[in-house]
Design a protein around this ligand. Sequence first.
Ligand code: ADP
Ligand code: MG
Length: 661
Amino acid sequence: MAHASRNKLVFTVKDKCKICYTCVRECPVKAIKVVNGQAEVISARCIGCGNCVTVCSQGAKTYLDSRSEVYNLLKSDKPVIAMVAPSFPAEFTEIEDYDIFVGMIKQLGFDKIIEVSFGADMISREYAEMVEKSDKPLISSDCPAIVYYIEHYYPDLVPLLATIASPMVASSRIVRKEYGDVHVVFIGPCVAKKAESDEIDEALTFYELRMMFEQSKITKRNAKPQKFDPPYAGKGAIFPVSRGLLQNLNKTDDISEGKIIVADGSKKFREAIEEMSEGTISDIHLELLSCEGCIMGPGMSKNGSRYARRTSIGRYVKGKLEKLDKDAWNKDIEKFKDLDFSQAFTPADRRTPMPDTNEIYKVMQSLNKFEDKDQLNCGACGYNTCQEHAIAILEGLSEIEMCLPFSIEKLHNSVEDLYISNTKLLNAKKALKQSEKLAHMGQLSAGIAHELNNPLGVITMYSNIILEEAKDDDPIKKDLQLIVEQTERCKKIVGGLLNFARKSQVNLSETNMEDFCKHSLKSIIAPENINCVFKSNMSNLFAMIDTDQMMQVLTNLEKNAIEAMPDGGQLTIELKGDDESIEINISDTGSGISKNNMDKIFTPFFTTKEMGKGTGLGLPLVYGIVKMHRGQIIVTSNDEKETGPTGTNFKIILPRNIINK
Ligand code: ADP
Ligand code: MG
């Protein structure tokens, strides 16, 4: 039964949806929900207009298939009558002789083939009378999608719907009167008809009819010509084009008469109803069609052109009227004129309550729309305004990602984040390389230092013995002193190497950092021309450090600073801290480090100091110890007087409590 309670007319074909939001944009009642990148039809909201089926280029929307039900009816004992909508010449343009078309339908097993146009003829008379007599505004009720729209979304306007049956329902009443107990199957361009009325048994679209012809291998070549069965239709055949009803009534929508407004297509019909509801138009008859004429209905084959279809209808009607037996037609009109063609309509409010303004505002904010100028109302999401989109999000119909400007901004941010992570990764790689280099150097140094330590010990011991034994006036004494001095220097270098190659272990103890830093300054002997300053703003003075190793760090940095200020200057140690970490800044007003050398200073044996003064092992040692404390070392320096005061700052950041691994 094509009953009115049938509520699932249009469906989504899974996985075909490519989320272009065209259906969202074109759905007059916003009955499309986007979830997980698929657009689903919400049956409770749908008015069956089939607009989404027409506009979806991916074939991701389809409608209820009634073919198997019709095949079952054809197998039953009762006669089955096909009622063909007047738009058929616009669909079956390849069939020049419509008697052949009738023959093809008969060949499917239908007992009689009736034109719905006769029903249209009958209800035109009712409309003519109602328009003439009515002193209130009227809305035509021949398009089922329009009727659902008003019943569900403008229930207050239901009393304005013309209480006249549609041409399909009128035809079914005529057929049942004429042919008695029969099954009635409507065939037309419309999807909404499938749920319009309990008075017909089934409704097929022209597209379904085409498929049935194909299944049964019925073609225009193998079909025998047949005539439509009575009652024969007249001008009602013009109904499916826009303004068809008017032409039938011999009326116009001439603006100077101002009594009738024709609005077709999903945008225009909504505007007209909205204006009627607001009261800006009244005392007027609205002739409304959800499609741009039934000839553009969703049950037609795709991609047909509107004006070619219109011409086909015109040609058919002209030919038909020329051959029309007026007397017989008038007789039929007389015969059925007392049949009840009335139709009642009941409001069935399906409007959803408007969400709270605060909630809408919150969603707008989450879409980065804070001011009016942020609301582009670009329509890319499928909604006319950003506000409508926000409401749809609150109703669970839409997703934030459907906002194109928002998604583009998000993408930009992601690219930026990616760039930052990339840079971080690069720096980490560099640090890793440096550590590896240091580790290799460490192994090598350890080996060399170990081997050198013993012979050096022997040289020191014997050279000292010989030096002690030598007489003061012995000319060799000076040379011996040089040997002892240089051997001591070698021992210092070897000691440095051993320090540097020490195993990666820290021995942590809780240390008062202020005392510790002050102590480090005391242990280096600063020349008089150097002013040593200590600053601290720490509230928690304690951190876990390896005091022996960290003392080496501070004294090395302090010595470097002093050596960079041969003409005097200021050495500053500054302590800062938060809950997590402490920061030690060792800065000087010395020569600064050139940009070229910046990359090299942590490389073992790199030194700019004169022979005998520098070993180039201080900073690699500092680096190794800070890393073992899971800390960070950052150098900033300026060596160009022109750009400002010269000097260097070594910033060491250490976690307060590190786990000794
Ligand atoms: P060394 O002190 O034995 O030269 P380091 O590893 O301690 O070796 O330092 C390497 C080089 O880094 C130094 O030779 C010097 O050029 C540069 N350097 C280190 N600290 C400073 C500083 N505070 N001011 C200027 N240059 C510095
Ligand atoms: Mg040094």
